[in-house]
Design a binder for this molecule. Sequence first.
Ligand code: COA
Length: 258
Amino acid sequence: MDFVKLEIKGGIATITLDRPEKLNALNAVVLNELEETFQELKGNEAVRVIVVTGAGEKSFVAGADITQFPSMSPEEAQDFAKRGQTVFSLIESSSKPVLAAINGFALGGGCELALSCHLRFASDNALFGQPEVKLGVIAGYGGTQRLPRLIGRGRALDLLLSGRMIKADEALQMGLVNGVFPQAELLSKVEEYAEMLMAQGPKAQALTLRAVYQGIEATLIEGLEEEASAFRDVFKTEDRIEGATAFIERRPPKFRNR
Ligand code: COA
């Protein structure tokens, strides 16, 4: 692959968007490669947690590739938005936890890519924003939908209408990121967090993701129904026997993803 690098080590798959000369901006090739990588990881049982990051120390992803915009017709623009949305929805629907390690600019499509991940951790030099309005356009890879769902409508509209950039500490305060680390420690801290996730029940995590993401789109009554059926499904697993047995035997559980 030209722009997306994959490294798998000890259960953690690290995907690096690698187009640093363009601050890892997303073009059609990058989106295709990202999609292919996530499809490949879906069926890889050795992988328990996925980390998405950007190459270099300056940028996670500086957005969709703006050079495509001038010649785009309205119909092509709709297809363009749907293409990005499809790839990001694939990321969000991963049954393995997906962590964004945001190592610099997360602007436009870069912020939207981070939003499609389940958890976000930033370096202290990271900068976030949805600057599309500055270009006279709007967010099209899920920003108008995922941002208000994550941080609330008022905060989302602040970012989406002003296009202003915010630093990592403000992103943390808004709930846009789960943690901030010094740049040099970002990947190791995210790996530490991934290790903590890997010690828990994988089937339970997949069902938690399902219940949370389906529930957030539903009424409370429907969401509770979804939770009860996920609770039923987790009781079909071998891991739930192991979890309870390990507790009773006072030892750490050995989950087998079964
Ligand atoms: N699309 C295409 N190319 C991009 C890009 C994007 N979203 N963001 C950065 N680049 C390119 C620049 O054109 C430049 O290419 P060049 O060296 O061939 O001229 C290269 O990446 C480096 O960027 P540069 O602008 O020189 O770096 P900077 O440090 O001065 O500024 C930013 C960094 C992020 C502030 C600036 O690049 C920027 O505003 N990018 C666009 C952000 C944006 O609006 N994203 C949303 C798009 S919908």
